[in-house]
Design a protein around this ligand. Sequence first.
Ligand SMILES: Cc1cc2nc3c(=O)[nH]c(=O)nc-3n(C[C@H](O)[C@H](O)[C@H](O)COP(=O)(O)OP(=O)(O)OC[C@H]3O[C@@H](n4cnc5c(N)ncnc54)[C@H](O)[C@@H]3O)c2cc1C
Length: 485
Amino acid sequence: MSTFSIPDQRTAEQYKEGLRDNRKVYIMGNKVEDVTEDPYIKVGVETAAFDFILGHDPEHRDLAVTNVPECEGDISSYFKMPDSPVAVNDRFNLVKTASMYTDGALPFVKDVGSDILNGLTAVARVMGNKTYEKRINDYRWYCASKDLSLAGAVTDVKGDRSKGPADQESPDYYLRIVDETDDEIVVSGAKAHITAGPYTDEVIVIPTRNLTENEKEYAVAFAIPINTDGITQICRPNFRYEDKNHFPTPRPKRCHLESLLIFDNVRVPKHRVFLQGDWQFAQFVAYAFAAFHRFTAVTYKIPIIEYMTGMGMLVAEANGIQNASHVKEAFVNMIKYTETTKALASAAIASPEDFGGSGLFVANRLNSNMAKLHFASNFHEFVRNIQDLAGGLLVTQPTYQDWKHEDLNGYLKKYMGGAGNYNAEERLKLMSMLHHMVASDFAGWHEVCTIHAEGSFAAQKMMLLAEAPIEAYKAQATSVLGLNV
Ligand SMILES: Cc1cc2nc3c(=O)[nH]c(=O)nc-3n(C[C@H](O)[C@H](O)[C@H](O)COP(=O)(O)OP(=O)(O)OC[C@H]3O[C@@H](n4cnc5c(N)ncnc54)[C@H](O)[C@@H]3O)c2cc1C
């Protein structure tokens, strides 16, 4: 067995230094010279940096780093092979802690990538393909030993959703192999909505759907540095790092950015290719990734909905309405939503599964998908409860700049006070954060993210149909009825 040597976990500063590598990133029509300094991308960079802070924090170090025989020294726990049922619980604690650290914006630069690595390893084992398995393992320990960050690129741009890659008007609506030499493949295409792409070291790519035999060139999985020639990223701003209008909070607000990740004749060395032409396994790869990643999704959402529930309750107190019966009803709705999501996540942890007999363990797939579907299906109603309790000030509130203005501060103190201990400042602070969470551009992003990120409703429903004990339900029914069908 080869052993990778590792100096130590990188610091946040070393991570940021690594991003100054001439990557080709655009935002709002401008080429970004240094992603760590761009006022919008910096929000994501600083969010991601927490993955590198966690490993140096004495309180969380035991969770964040671990040892494996394949590497000398400590590696990020994200890269550990989930080769026992306990790994599922460890992963839950790691992701939840990382999410809490960033007020719910999971650092997101090692978890998606490692979920893909786990999915690919499991598939290579099920295929019995030792070449792929070795390449994936080598890549896993390479990333672990260098303490690298990874974007996960799954979603193609897809053109006409009712057609597969071969039937599209353009062959480029799905990423594909366009050329091959003895040592390399050459790929072209574009992957959409790639979280953290502008500020990761590497990108790992897998197919997004099932393929047919005449779509072999689309059956490709690989990983490369994200500053490789031919890669261009176009990203959309979320919100600025310097936020002058909201009241300051103890920690700066966190979030990620996504990019359209374009591959224009990008050369990939073969030792970095993990699937090539095996069209029969394309859907299985996407499915295996989803099996690992959907649990990550549910886990990192839990801290967000816990503190949003708390904020809904606080704003009711600030408005002096907490004892009204319709307000208690809203509290019950929020509690029901949050605690059901948590209970489904707990059920997923309680019955881990050996994925396809690969020896890699995932949280129970039926329960993970139930949790994600419940979370996503009911989030808008949850937000509606908070919007109702807060009142119109959510969108009309004076900004922090008004609060600081000497001519206006007196008026705001005079008119913006609330009930109980909520003087004008405390009430406006709360309203300001609530504006960010449920009434801003970011809130719109968050609502859409809840539905689509980590797979939209249909993806979870397909998993439910695949994983639910449907035959057992039917057997019970036929037994109750005495049917012989
Ligand atoms: C904030 C955010 C972050 C994300 N991060 C990542 C990431 O890091 N990496 C990554 O790879 N992806 C990422 N995604 C992509 C995410 O997985 C997709 O958005 C999701 O799978 C839906 O795909 P889509 O956006 O193309 O929408 P579509 O697939 O077009 O969905 C729109 C609607 O069409 C329906 N539909 C789609 N195809 C069919 C069909 N054949 N027949 C019938 N109905 C259909 C869907 O069910 C849905 O109702 C992210 C998305 C968001 C919003």
